[in-house]
Design a protein around this ligand. Sequence first.
Ligand SMILES: [Zn+2]
Length: 59
Amino acid sequence: MITGLSAVVLLWSFFQAPVTCGAPVRGRDDGCRNNATGLLMGCHIRQHRWQKLKMLILR
Ligand SMILES: [Zn+2]
């Protein structure tokens, strides 16, 4: 039960949680500040999503 619940929380934070985009932006230390839904999803700039995925894969 606990693992099922934490999996749901994990999925929610990946795809639904209100977060800042945080994609790396040239010339800025703190990255993109736009609102995004989910840690994996990035903001309305579609390229940011791919930048974040690329960062995850490279790490
Ligand atoms: Zn962004």
